[in-house]
Write a protein that binds this ligand. Sequence first.
Ligand code: FES
Length: 103
Amino acid sequence: MLVNLRQHCSGASAGFNNEVVIVKIYVCVGSSCHLRGSYEIVSLLKQKLAENKLEDEINLGAAFCLGKCTEGVTMKFNDEVVGGVTKDNFDEVFNKYVLSRTV
Ligand code: FES
């Protein structure tokens, strides 16, 4: 399960302060997702990360076939695979899997 993007540890007990957990987001660029617009989703993702000043906290990556080819563009948030991403529902997906999990 994806945890908060910014996980603030209590300094005394954890031994460090305000550690930011680097979260990985992958966009599938396999052939099916490519045909369904994965590069457009990458552009939207980069734009949203910049708007929310999250570019330095999240690692973006490309993946090849995440096993949900029939659902549309597939993304992966840490270990959570989400299929059916389109430019029309991208904001909803971003809010649900990224922004709502940001402290
Ligand atoms: S090509 Fe993207 S999930 Fe299969």
